[in-house]
Design a protein around this ligand. Structure first.
Ligand code: EPZ
Length: 420
């Protein structure tokens, strides 16, 4: 298993180009099951989760022609599409559940393994199933598989999703595209990645309109047309790179992402003392000499402070000149990074879903263990700002969602190397 060796402290300086968004690409790739004609997807990040989704689509008999050089692929429906998503693939990536909606909508049946839980929480799929049921899905769960089918077609319905959920919103939108009649989905998640998905589908001839802050109306269509589409930049990679600059009193130009989509995060970075100059599809951030603390930070659904940046901000607040409190409201177990940060000398205490960060930590290099994708990158941030050498084990967690991370970091001043 690969590990990272990082020697700190460093000062981030230069430019970085943000890769395509993993969390926009996954539902867009799943949606290619709705098409009869070839679809080209561009700006795909070369990360493990994307190759897992590609393997899943291939296992369903879609033909995938990859062009790694220009990070794009073409998906062609050739032979008869299979409708069984195997456990071997689904267990490695929860987002595999996103094939359920399109398979039902297009092929009227689907069998997908129940996605396993993961380190950050139980990650149930009850919301997905209840919502799809309201569109006409019938299902049972046996031997760890969801066996779903629909009599003739999914039928449009007016549905209030009981809890804001990214994956449920995406699955319901995918299921409604080819359903009969009108679907209205209320209480939707509205992450930019979901808007990227609906932009993609509308470009292919779907009929999807956002009629309210969290309400979307979908009129079912007969079929979708052949298109080529470039996936948006990665919002969480952008936030992570901005925090790296803030943490190391650095200055960094971040290209390939519209700063307006991360206004909440950038406002918080200004509160800790960073200076930010916005461009059209880029921005420059200057880190403060002294990081200021933040009394209370609460993770919320978009456009609130994202849970996927909680660990990275915690690392930043270890350097603040006073106490900060982070409350994790989305997942039940997303403090796996805390014990590892403590090994570097961070003073953090957990009380239920609150983490109290004392600040003024002088971090010293140590051996560290990655756990989930975002906790792992928080350790990379801590190691680059700590004094001395750190070794981070199991970087395969990072390879799931960060493209060429060590290459990008080396280029902007981090002393990092991968040991295979
Ligand atoms: C998406 O996961 C993201 N993954 C996650 O990013 C992100 O942390 C999460 O949204 C929240 O923003 C992808 O987009 C591939 P949810 P998802 O359904 O869709 C509960 C990363 O690092 N829930 O919005 O699984 C759930 O347990 C990943 O890239 C139910 O109870 O998240 C959680 O507490 C990590 N029942 C809350 O809702 C359900 O049926 C939000 O989950 C579904 C979800």
């Amino acid at each position: 298993m690969d590990k990272f060796i990082i020697k700190g402290p460093c000062k981030i300086k230069g430019d970085v180009l943000i890769s395509g968004s993993k969390n926009a690409a996954l539902p867009i790739l799943a949606s290619t099951l709705l098409f009869d004609k070839p679809v080209e997807i561009k700006n795909l990040p070369q990360v493990k989760d994307i190759s897992t989704m590609i393997s899943l689509l291939k296992s369903l008999n879609l033909k995938v022609i990859e062009n790694k050089k220009n990070k794009s692929l073409k998906i062609i429906k050739s032979k008869r599409v299979k409708t069984v998503a195997p456990y071997s693939l689904v267990k490695t990536m929860r987002a595999s559940i996103l094939v359920l909606g399109p398979l039902l909508s297009k092929y009227k049946k689907a069998t997908t393994s129940m996605p396993g839980g993961c380190l950050i929480g139980a990650r149930p799929v009850g919301l997905h199933l209840n919502t799809l049921k309201k569109l006409g899905m019938k299902y049972n769960i046996r031997n760890g598989y969801i066996n779903a089918h629909v009599k003739n077609n999914l039928i449009g319905a007016d549905i209030k999703i009981s809890k804001i959920s990214v994956g449920t919103t995406e699955n319901a939108i995918l299921a409604s595209c080819l359903a009969k009649g009108k679907t209205v989905l209320r209480n939707c998640a509205i992450e930019p990645e979901i808007k990227d998905l609906t932009n993609f589908l509308n470009k292919a001839g779907a009929n999807i309109k956002w009629t309210g802050k969290r309400t979307v109306k979908i009129i079912g269509v007969e079929s979708l047309k052949s298109i080529s589409y470039s996936v948006m930049g990665d919002r969480i990679e952008t936030g992570t790179m901005a925090i790296a600059a803030a943490l190391t009193n650095g200055n960094l130009k971040i290209k390939g992402f519209n700063p307006k989509l991360i206004n909440t995060e950038l406002e918080i970075l200004k509160k800790i003392g960073a200076k930010i100059i916005n461009g059209k599809n880029e921005f420059t951030i200057y880190g403060p000499k002294q990081v200021k603390n933040i009394k209370n930070l609460n993770t919320k659904e978009y456009p609130g402070f994202p849970t996927d940046l909680q660990a990275q901000f915690m690392t930043l607040l270890c350097k603040a000149n006073g106490r900060s409190i982070i409350t994790e409201n989305i997942f039940e177990n997303r403090f796996m990074h805390v014990s590892e940060l403590q090994r570097l000398g961070a003073k953090i205490f957990i009380k239920n879903n609150k983490a109290i960060i004392e600040g003024n930590s002088h971090l010293e290099g140590a051996e560290l263990m990655s756990s989930d994708l975002r906790a792992s990158v928080a350790l990379v941030l801590a190691a680059m700002s700590a004094k001395g050498k750190s070794i981070i084990q199991r970087v395969y967690h990072l390879d799931r969602g960060y493209e060429k991370l060590e290459k990008k970091l080396k280029k902007i001043g981090v002393n990092i190397k991968r040991l295979t």
